[in-house]
Write a protein of this length. Structure first.
Length: 497
């Protein structure tokens, strides 16, 4: 046990109202992932938390009706000016490259234990979890420190100087390559046990990097990074929720990623890197403003966001006693499934993703009829409004996991071969109170859904507030359903390790 189980406390209406109020006025706090071995039990019955969260989102819909549109976004001044002379990007790339070398060496020749090998700790904990949390709460840092992105851009420049012309990227592919990669990556994390084996993980990492470089050479680095490189697409997608915005002043050149259409290029790392240093800018914006201020996601973008959201929810659900009961139902009826549980878990994960995606498509089809628009147009407009939901789920599910497992990083990185060069972590810090975790999770999830409702109103095709509110009622109800589902999963008792 990482935390001692806290007894249930019976409170009445005042505590419930206080919890909901705190969830809305304290949005910036971090939350936790259900680390195996922690027994979460809400101070109140979970259905009360879900009901309160659902009501909070539902009541935000009338307020969103009168929200200002894009022109009312408050922006800060330029924050980049003092840093123009520094080479922070190259510093980050150098450090990330050294860490990558450490990971590869450890993965091939280091210890097999998960928390003692930097290949597993750095990739699954610090990199994957940290990538999502930093991208959502701060901004897109990965584009500027990724050794893979830097290598792809270098290869792109080299091929351009030699006169090699990139192939045209098939428009219909959109973000589907990144979506498929996300599902495979999530399957490796949640279902495939060999994905936690250091040597296997490093070999897959090297094969993935080689495949990405080939794709960047074929279609152009910026084109592929925006659509096919999983971790870049994750960072750029979640960064739409973040408060830091990149922009280019004055007339900008051609967008090599082929995504930007506005004169002032916002949220486009390709345009930002191509611009002269004096034309680059960084400013602050409200959380969630990037949903409507940046270029459309493109074909398959909505499925990518839904897959990111659904796989995180499945991760939490798969650790609960309720999930074991679902497994048991099928195992009791099939001896083959009893010996092929990886297949069963794969099917269950696919079902969760499909349910999330089909629910969104059904709601968007209804909303499009009320708005008098096509289903495709409505889906492209409303898909980005789910990014705040995906972002807060990711943070609330994984943050405690990062705090706990991240404490093993130092010893693993500086002792990649397991030679006892530095002392192992024997007593990791466990001081996060369980009740604080619960309340912060509720606050984050409710906050993200309220932001999503506001942004859905701002991208509506209807100008009249009342008509827009009526047309979006099905979408708001869907968000209420996502709210209750997420909190229900967080409130379940975890299965024994």
């Amino acid at each position: 046990m990482i935390f001692e189980t806290i007894p249930a406390v019976r409170r009445k209406g005042l505590v419930l109202i206080t919890a909901c109020t705190a969830a809305l006025v304290l949005p910036g706090a971090a939350a936790a992932h259900a680390v195996q071995g922690i027994d979460y039990r809400f101070p109140l019955p979970v259905w009360l938390y879900g009901l309160a969260a659902g009501l909070a989102v539902l009541l935000s819909a009338p307020a969103a009706t009168f929200a200002r549109r894009t022109s009312g976004t408050r922006l800060s001044g330029d924050l980049y000016r003092p840093f123009r002379g520094l080479r922070l990007g190259w510093v980050g790339i150098t450090l990330a490259s050294l860490l990558l070398v450490d990971v590869v060496i450890a993965g091939l020749f280091g210890p097999a234990e998960f928390l003692e090998n930097p290949a597993t700790v750095v990739i699954w904990v610090d990199f994957w979890v940290g990538l999502g949390i930093v991208s959502a709460l701060i901004g897109n840092v990965w584009d500027f420190v990724s050794p893979l992105n830097a290598a792809g851009r270098f290869l792109d420049r080299l091929l351009t100087r030699r006169g090699t012309t990139a192939l045209p990227y098939p428009q219909r592919l959109g973000l589907w390559p990144a979506t498929v990669s996300l599902l495979v990556w999530s399957w490796m994390e949640l279902v495939w046990r060999q994905g936690k084996e250091p040597r296997t993980l490093v070999l897959i990492l090297l094969a993935y990097a080689a495949l990405q470089l080939v794709a960047m050479a074929a279609y152009g680095a910026e084109t592929w990074l925006a659509r096919g490189e999983l971790f870049t697409v994750v960072a750029r997608t979640l960064a739409r929720f973040a408060p830091v915005e990149l922009y280019v002043r004055g007339p900008a050149g051609e967008c090599r990623a082929g995504r930007c259409v506005e004169e002032e290029r916002r949220g486009c790392p390709s345009c930002w890197l191509d611009a002269a240093p004096e034309d680059r800018g960084v400013r602050l914006r409200p959380f969630g403003a990037g949903v409507r201020r940046e270029a459309p996601l493109g074909d398959g973008g909505g499925t990518f966001v839904l897959a990111l959201l659904a796989t995180v929810v499945y991760d939490g659900f798969s650790q609960t006693n309720q999930y074991l009961r679902v497994q048991g139902y099928f195992v009791d009826r099939s001896l083959w499934l009893a010996t092929h549980q990886a297949f069963l878990n794969t099917v269950l994960m696919a079902i969760v993703v499909a349910v999330f995606a089909l629910a969104f498509l059904a709601v968007v089809a209804l909303v499009s009829r009320l708005e008098g628009a096509s289903v495709g147009d409505a889906a492209k407009r409303y898909a980005p409004t789910l990014i705040p939901i995906a972002a807060v789920y990711f943070i609330s599910h994984y943050f405690l996991y990062l705090i706990y497992a991240g404490q093993f990083t130092y010893a693993a990185v500086f002792d990649p071969l397991g030679r006892e060069w530095v002392p192992d972590v024997t007593s990791p810090w466990k001081g996060v109170p369980g009740a604080l975790v619960w309340y912060i999770q509720v606050g984050l999830i409710v906050w993200g859904h309220v932001v999503a409702v506001f942004e859905a109103h701002r991208v509506s095709a209807l100008g009249a507030p009342r008509r827009a509110a009526l047309a979006q009622a099905p979408l708001v109800l869907l968000m209420v359903g996502y709210t209750f589902t997420g909190l229900w999963v967080l409130g379940q008792v975890l299965a024994a390790p």
